[in-house]
Design a protein around this ligand. Structure first.
Ligand code: DP6
Length: 361
């Protein structure tokens, strides 16, 4: 007996893609629990592209919780991170791994410290939903580490408390965040509408108009909108509920013209409520507007939509092409009209399916 007890490290790594809303979440009815004022629908990107990779570890030799984001240590004091951690620790189970000599009782999780390392393979906080992938990945990997029994939908309600849009990244394919009715948020969670194979001919191309961090965060932007915009109430109560039903239908039927029209008009209305906020919020810039005109002109000339666009809280354009052929044509047009690193102020493109580069010539 005696001597130092054996020290061990238990570790889990997970990778979670970001998601792009085609019917937007904008506005909260509860800031602490992160409860939205409307349902939203998103498409989760391919995990090979915009994603976060997170490794979580615990060991009796760690004396405090620590986290590194893209190699730089960051503070864990934020209320949102602590809420997620509290919720996960409360559901933690026993963990036993005889080979590694690990035996953790569920009550031990209250005192075991964590080390967390997270990497985004895309610009952080530039309107590419980095918080969505980040928080979803954190909750998922901690849930595996602590052996939680909850399913992805129940985990989504925890990720939601880290960042609203994160709850939708717990699933692939098309996902709906149901706003819920309960004051405690227990029914405000993500459900999968269709998996990633359901409509796999769609190709996503993202024009990184600017990889700089956005000036107004989503959190403060939507708070200002709820406080000052008259339009947001109309949007949340009248417009979005109808669009949600229509969008679910378009996804089930793979009806691209309806899908594109709904996604584009919803993005435009989201930016309209930003403009209706006082002081106004401008997330899009001239290049974003020119990209919209380019896509709209093309869709009109074709007589039926070939490409949908949507913009989150930043100037970057997310474009969804109806198939690979259209994606190749879109890329040609974009490269011609908006060559990267030129005076168009466009940084780069992220292409959902790289093999379309061959088709694009
Ligand atoms: C424009 O989820 O980043 O991307 O809940 O305050 O963390 P918080 O906000 P966040 O907002 C995302 C807003 C959006 C639209 C969307 O993803 O639905």
């Amino acid at each position: 007996m005696g001597g130092e007890p054996a020290k061990w490290v238990s570790m889990v790594t997970a990778r979670t893609p970001t998601n792009i809303a085609v019917i937007k979440y904008w506005g909260k009815r509860d800031e602490t629990l992160i409860l939205p004022i409307n349902d939203s629908i998103s498409v989760t990107l391919d995990p090979n592209h915009l994603c976060t990779t997170t490794t979580v570890s615990c060991s009796p030799s760690f004396d405090q919780d620590r986290m590194w984001l893209n190699g730089k240590e960051i503070s864990l004091q934020g209320g949102r991170f602590q809420s997620c951690l509290r919720e996960i620790r409360a559901r933690a189970q026993d963990v036993e791994d005889e080979k590694k000599g690990i035996k953790i009782k569920k009550e031990d999780w209250q005192n075991l410290h964590l080390h967390i390392a997270s990497y985004n393979n895309f610009p952080t906080a530039a309107g590419l939903a980095s918080s969505a992938a980040g928080l979803a990945c954190l909750v998922f990997s901690l849930a595996k580490l602590m052996n939680l029994k909850e399913d992805n939908s129940q985990l989504s309600a925890i990720a939601r408390q880290g960042s609203g849009s994160a709850c939708r990244s717990l699933y692939g394919g098309f996902v709906k965040w149901v706003m819920g009715k309960e004051d405690n948020g227990s029914d405000s969670l993500a459900v999968q509408l269709a998996d990633e194979k359901h409509w796999d001919e769609l190709v996503i191309i993202i024009a990184v108009v600017s990889a700089r961090q956005k000036e107004t965060s989503s959190t403060s932007g939507m708070r200002d909108t709820v406080e000052t915009s008259a339009l947001i109430q109309h949007r949340a109560k009248e417009v979005v509920p109808k669009r949600i039903i229509q969008m679910e239908d378009a996804i089930q039927k793979r009806d691209f013209p309806s899908f594109a029209r709904l996604a584009c008009t919803d993005s435009n209305q989201f930016h309209a409520v930003c403009l209706d906020t006082y002081p106004p919020i401008f997330y899009m810039n001239d290049t974003s507007h020119r990209i919209i005109s380019c896509v709209e002109k093309w869709n009109r000339a074709e007589g039926t939509p070939q490409v949908a666009y949507t913009f989150d809280a930043g100037p970057n354009a997310v474009m969804i092409a109806r198939n690979r052929k259209t994606a190749a044509l879109l890329l040609q047009r974009l490269l011609y009209n908006f060559p990267p690193q030129s005076d168009t102020d466009l940084d780069s493109y992220i292409i959902g399916d790289k093999s379309i580069l061959e088709d694009a010539g």
